[in-house]
Design a protein around this ligand. Structure first.
Ligand code: FES
Length: 177
């Protein structure tokens, strides 16, 4: 091998090594949101919404769900991501608080209280539900979607809800990732 060939091949090998050293961390950085999304799938955290004492028995109250959102490489702190209805049950009932997502199982509009405050009604296509979430007409494909609730310890129990979304128009409750 001549000296010229040695330098030529040497510079090719050295150039390739430098590209590799730069490319590996760059690809790892670009792919990290995809990897993170895969790891986070299915993980839903409980969020504290209010104290039990703030709820009156049998009177639904809605609460916004505020969470940090991550869109690929951008983090949006404290974004509203949805709302829930909380209904306190009579003392001694298990669970003591029922939570529903406000998203209608029909097509996802926000479910409201009726004018008299005695049941739920979706304004989009008139899905109607009682306070147990049971459909009161044929519009919704299933009952309102219940969410997991937990209460922290006395003396001032906090109501914590695991917020999730579910597929609309399905007869089964199918969580969305
Ligand atoms: S989205 Fe609620 S009734 Fe259609």
């Amino acid at each position: 091998m001549t000296r010229r060939d040695f330098y030529r091949y040497g510079s090719i090998v050295l150039g390739s090594l430098i590209k590799l050293v730069i490319a590996v961390p760059a690809v790892a950085f670009l792919a990290s949101p995809l990897r993170k999304r895969g790891q986070d799938a299915g993980e839903v955290a409980f969020a504290a919404l209010t104290s039990l004492n703030q709820l009156k028995v049998g009177v639904p109250r809605s609460f916004a769900i505020i969470q940090d959102q991550t869109d690929a490489w951008i983090k949006y702190p404290s974004e509203p991501v949805g709302s829930v209805w909380l209904i306190r049950q009579p003392a001694g009932t298990k669970p003591e608080v029922i939570a529903f997502t406000v998203e209608c199982p029909h097509l996802g509009c926000a479910i409201n209280l009726t004018a008299d405050g005695k049941s739920f009604l979706c304004p989009c296509h008139a899905s109607a539900f009682d306070f147990d979430g049971k459909p009161q007409n044929q519009v919704p494909p299933r009952p309102m979607d219940r969410l997991d609730v937990e209460l922290t310890a006395e003396p001032d129990p906090q109501v914590r809800v695991k917020f999730q979304r579910f597929r609309t128009l399905a007869q089964e409750r199918i969580p969305l990732a």
